[in-house]
Design a protein around this ligand. Structure first.
Ligand SMILES: [Zn+2]
Length: 330
C-alpha cells in the first residue's frame, strides 16, 4: 500500500467517524421503565408527592415532572417577586394547582408552551391563562374528548401500576379559556423578573419559548427537550420548525440553561446548534423515507432523535384550524 492510499484511507475513515449517517433507530430505547432517573443530579424537593416530582432547578424555578407516565411531561414554575408563571399544566390525570400552591402563594399566570393535550391538562384549574391567538389554539381550548387521548392512559403508558384513584376509563381534557392573548416579543413582569415571549411555531402553530435574559434561562417546550423530538403530527410544519430552531440558536449563546417539556428538567446550553444541523440533514436527505408512507419514522442523526413522517418531511401540513391533541395521525 502506498503512503498516499494510506493517508486517503485514514482521511476517509475520519470523515465517516465525524459525520454519522442518518439512521433509523429502535424506539424501544425509549420504552418507559422508571429505572432511568434523568434528573438525579437535581434535588427532589419536599413539594413532591406520589404523582408529581418537583425539582428546584434554578433560582426561583421549580420543575414539576410526571415521571410515571411515559410522556414524562414537565411543567415549569417561574417565580418573581409579585407573580409567578406556570409554563404548562401537565397531562391532567391529577390536579397540579395544589402542588403549585404549596410552592408559592403568589398569583399564577398560566402560559402553555403549546396546546397539545399533555401540556394543558390542568388549565381548567386556573383563571389567568395567556394564550397565543391562533385558530389552532382556540380549537384546542374546547378540550380533548376521551377517545382522542385514550391511548396515553392504557396500562402500558405507566411504569408503575396505574394509579388506583385515577379514572383512566373516562379521562378527558377539560375545556379552558384564555384570559388574554400574547404574541412574540411581549414581556411579562413578575416583579424583579422579566420573561419574554418568543413564538417558535413548527412543532405546533402555537409553540412558544420563554426567555429570562437576566437569569440566562430559556424554556423551549416541545421545540427542544432531551428525548426523541416529535415532528410527526399533521399540525407540525417542518419549515417553520427549522426557522424557529435557527432563531433559538442565535439566543442560546446568551443563556446558560435550557428547560424542555419532557423527561430531563434542565440541560446545558449548546445543544440547539446540534439540533439545527440534524434538522438540516433530516430535511435534505430524500433517501430517509418512502414517499406516501404515513407511518412514524424514527430517525437518529448525529445523536439527535426524531419521530417524524414522510408528509412532514415533504413540507406538508394538515388542517390546523381544527386543532390537534398531539396524537392525530396523517
Ligand atoms: Zn407537543
Amino acid at each position: 500500500m502506498t503512503k498516499t492510499i494510506l493517508i486517503a484511507l485514514i482521511l476517509l475513515s475520519m470523515k465517516s467517524y465525524s459525520e454519522e449517517k442518518p439512521a433509523l433507530f429502535d424506539d424501544s430505547a425509549y420504552k418507559h421503565t422508571c429505572d432511568t432517573n434523568f434528573n438525579d443530579e437535581f434535588v427532589l424537593s419536599e413539594y413532591s408527592d406520589d404523582w408529581f416530582q418537583v425539582y428546584k432547578t434554578d433560582k426561583n424555578v421549580y420543575s414539576i415532572v410526571e415521571p410515571y407516565q411515559y410522556q414524562e411531561s414537565i411543567s415549569h414554575l417561574i417565580i418573581g417577586q409579585n407573580k409567578a408563571i406556570l409554563l404548562d399544566t401537565g397531562i391532567g390525570l391529577f390536579r397540579i394547582r395544589p402542588v403549585v400552591e404549596q410552592i408559592t402563594d403568589l398569583p399564577i399566570i398560566v402560559i402553555n408552551s403549546h396546546t397539545h393535550f399533555d401540556h394543558v391538562g390542568g388549565n381548567w384549574e386556573f383563571s389567568n391563562i395567556l394564550a397565543i391567538d391562533t385558530s389552532y389554539t382556540k380549537a384546542n381550548m374546547a378540550g380533548f374528548q376521551h377517545n382522542r387521548i385514550a391511548q396515553d392512559f392504557t396500562d402500558n403508558s405507566f411504569c408503575i401500576d396505574p394509579p388506583i384513584n385515577a379514572d383512566l376509563e373516562n379521562i378527558y381534557t377539560k375545556q379552558w379559556e384564555a384570559s388574554e392573548y400574547i404574541k412574540d416579543g411581549d414581556t411579562i413582569d413578575l416583579g424583579d423578573r422579566i420573561i419574554e415571549i418568543l413564538q417558535v411555531p413548527g412543532h405546533t402553530p402555537d409553540s412558544l419559548a420563554l426567555l429570562d435574559r437576566k437569569e440566562r434561562l430559556l424554556f423551549t417546550g416541545d421545540t427542544y427537550y432531551d428525548a426523541e423530538l416529535w415532528l410527526y403530527v399533521p399540525e407540525t410544519n417542518i419549515k417553520n420548525y427549522q426557522n424557529s430552531i435557527d432563531r433559538l440558536v442565535t439566543i442560546e449563546t446568551q443563556v446558560d440553561y435550557i428547560f424542555g417539556a419532557h423527561r430531563t428538567v434542565r440541560v446545558d446550553t449548546g445543544i440547539l446548534k446540534n439540533v439545527r444541523e440534524a434538522v438540516k440533514k433530516l430535511t435534505s436527505d430524500k433517501n430517509l423515507f418512502e414517499k406516501n408512507d404515513i407511518n412514524q419514522l424514527f430517525i437518529r442523526i448525529d445523536g439527535i432523535d426524531f419521530v417524524t413522517a414522510a408528509p412532514v418531511l415533504e413540507g406538508k401540513q394538515g388542517d390546523i384550524s381544527k386543532g390537534g391533541s398531539g396524537y392525530d395521525t396523517w
